[in-house]
Write a protein that binds this ligand. Structure first.
Ligand code: ADP
Ligand code: ASP
Ligand code: MG
Length: 405
């Protein structure tokens, strides 16, 4: 008998039939004698709709109240699944984030879990209750409802699995596992049977949002095996585990993309000490995370500086930089939201040369212009025009020999 945490994403609970299907899946695991804790997302599209509702009443909705609103999506599915299981004569009970003692910091909309008290869930499990927890939400120490950022139910699931010392955390989604590229845009992508926490962290940070990045961080820290699989079939999915000697160290093991980026450029920035600090300090004060930065020096003591931010922060960042530009005497500030980042990732890249040039040639052959480049030991990322994203992913997937037979 094991303790199994099962998380079902939005498409897996999209309607009543899917919820009944989830109930059957949970029941099967429970009938095998396992203790089961279920973490749920909101029905597909519901969180987006709630955000739209908030936008109807305010241009910048109060963050505390927005979390109260957003948390209702997961409250709904948790109650519905519990009712469904009860109607099948199974002992289920739903808990909201605060009832499951998911304690977070105060950062509304993007809160971090700081503690989870396992006692209530454990005592329910001791009574052989199926515990259903609303994902994506917690509460701060003052009792305010918080949410964990988009895709945050994954993190709820893994963090609860860690707090309960579960044997496995199963993440049920709409694809059969983690693939060498997003299978929804690259049909030749291959399912990966086993992937290390570190490699998954890289993939998630570069756009493979099949797992929220923080969930992978938790899994690594507490050594929780995560099984990503489909709720639409019975196939074995992908195990995310500690690195082991049986894992292949391919030069390029995956291609990822991220359309959720925008770039901001400042032209004719005076080339003086302290300027970068002036440009980036207000951005970081606003809590905006910068991804890539590129600076070019040109003759005449001026530089051009370009950086990228998440799309959601674009308007705020642009406003900030317009003010900064005025202060420091930079001439032009402009931005572009129609960009995407494509990356090739592989731990084997460390000991290989030529990966970058192969990537650039492959993109050039398709006439795809590279706007920005950044590299690390184990990945190369290019910013391109958003409309070429799918093409770029497929071409790179083929170029690096990842296509399935
Ligand atoms: P859920 O609602 O179940 O949390 P998500 O939409 O958050 O589902 O995550 C699943 C999606 O992640 C898939 O539909 C797929 O389009 C996307 N995805 C992106 N990259 C990958 C990848 N490398 N492997 C699998 N899925 C990926
Ligand atoms: N419902 C939330 C979202 O759409 C959390 C999640 O699904 O993981 O982002
Ligand atoms: Mg998700």
């Amino acid at each position: 008998m094991s303790l199994i945490v099962q998380k079902f994403g939005g498409t897996s609970v999209a309607d009543f039939e899917r919820i009944r299907h989830v109930a059957k899946r949970v029941k099967k695991t429970y009938d095998q004698g396992n203790d089961v804790v279920v973490i749920l997302s909101a029905m597909a599209g519901v969180t987006d709709n709630l955000l739209k509702m908030a936008a109807q009443v305010s241009d910048s909705p109060d963050k505390r109240e927005l979390d109260v609103l957003l948390a209702t999506g997961e409250q709904t599915t948790a109650a519905l699944l519990s009712m469904t299981l009860k109607s099948m004569n199974y002992p289920a009970r739903s808990l909201l984030g605060y009832q499951a003692a998911v304690i977070t910091n105060h950062s509304h909309g993007n809160a971090r879990i700081i503690d989870i008290g396992p006692d209530r869930i454990n005592s329910m499990l001791n009574d052989r209750t199926i515990v259903i927890v609303a994902g994506f939400q917690g509460c701060d120490k003052d009792g305010n409802i918080t949410t964990l950022g988009r895709g945050g139910s994954d993190t709820s699931a893994v963090a609860i699995a860690a707090a309960l010392k579960a044997d496995v955390c199963e993440i049920y989604t709409d694809v059969s596992g983690i693939y060498t590229a997003d299978p929804n845009i690259c049909e030749k992508a291959q399912k990966i049977n086993e992937i290390s926490y570190d490699e998954m962290l890289n993939m998630a940070s570069l756009g493979a949002n099949v797992l929220q990045i923080r969930s992978v961080g938790f899994a690594k820290k507490y050594n929780i095996p995560v099984h990503v699989r489909s709720s639409f079939n019975e196939e074995e999915g992908t195990m995310v585990v500690n690195e082991n000697s049986g894992m292949e160290r391919l030069v390029v093991s995956a291609v990822t993309h991220n359309k959720d980026e925008a770039r901001i450029t400042l032209k004719k920035v005076p080339d003086q000490p302290g300027i970068a600090a002036k440009i980036f300090s207000p951005i970081s004060k606003a809590g905006i995370v910068i991804d890539m930065i590129i600076q070019n020096t040109r003759p005449g003591g001026e530089t051009d500086l370009t950086f990228t931010v998440p799309n959601a922060d674009y308007e705020t960042a642009l406003e900030i930089e317009k003010k900064v530009a005025e202060k420091i005497g930079a001439e032009v500030v402009f931005g572009d939201q129609n960009i995407a980042k494509v990356s090739v990732i592989g731990v084997g890249m460390k000991n290989h040369s030529g990966v970058a040039s192969t990537m650039f040639n492959a993109l050039a052959d398709e006439n795809i212009n590279i706007i920005m480049i950044s590299t690390s030991e184990i990945r190369i990322s290019c910013i391109i025009e958003e409309k070429y994203t799918e093409l770029a992913v497929r071409v790179l997937h083929t170029t690096f020999g990842l296509d399935k037979e």
